[in-house]
Design a protein around this ligand. Structure first.
Ligand code: SF4
Length: 191
């Protein structure tokens, strides 16, 4: 069974796929306990892989993109089974992960890593995009862990002005390495 927090239909507000309609499946639980974490990833219900696929089909019938987020969506024993079931149902699967749990993902699964306190080297090399959260400082120490061709987004926490200013400074100093990611869904008041 999958430990689930919520399923909702919205848009991807961040990173390379900003503005793309997507069904979000937020899995409950995380293998880290970051002190700044403000995500509600509490357990709301236990559901089967098949039921999640059914709910995704129901809530986002015409939507091809499903984003697994958390918590940590790769921390559950049935995470891979869920990914495969969604792929078999014709969905494009994106994962938003902290990058700590080495997991064999199919090539067509898009992996976004937002590193926190540690990182799997294999997952760092598998990442399609990286999101560094700028909150009072730019965590530049993570940059060297990723291949030079991997896009690194600097994302000001809460779109706050002082975090935006810090991100802009880093972007201008290394324009080939960074791109800016804003939490655009927050501008329009959606999840
Ligand atoms: S890895 Fe992400 S979801 Fe998990 S505790 Fe840290 S900030 Fe929260």
């Amino acid at each position: 069974m999958i430990r689930l927090n919520e399923i909702f239909y919205s848009i991807q507000g961040e990173g390379a796929f900003t503005g793309t309609p997507a069904v979000f499946v937020r899995l409950a639980g995380c293998n880290l306990s970051c002190r700044f974490c403000d995500t509600d990833y509490s357990l709301k219900e236990l559901v089967s892989v098949g039921e999640i696929v059914d709910r995704v089909n129901e809530i986002g019938a015409g939507c091809s993109l499903v984003i697994l987020t958390g918590g940590e969506p790769l921390a559950q024993s049935e995470s891979l089974a869920l990914i495969e079931a969604l792929r078999k149902a014709g969905r494009r699967v994106h994962i938003e992960s902290n990058g700590t749990i080495q997991t064999p993902l199919s090539d067509d699964v898009w992996l976004t890593i937002s590193p926190k306190e540690r990182l799997s080297k294999a997952m760092a090399y598998r990442a399609n995009e990286v999101k560094l959260i700028v909150e009072g400082r730019v965590p530049l120490e993570w940059v060297e862990h990723f291949p030079p061709q991997t896009t690194i987004f600097l994302q000001p926490e809460g779109n706050k002005h002082h975090n935006v200013a810090l991100a802009m400074e880093a972007l201008k100093a290394a324009p080939q390495r960074f791109r800016l990611s804003l939490q655009t869904h927050k501008f329009i008041g959606v999840k």
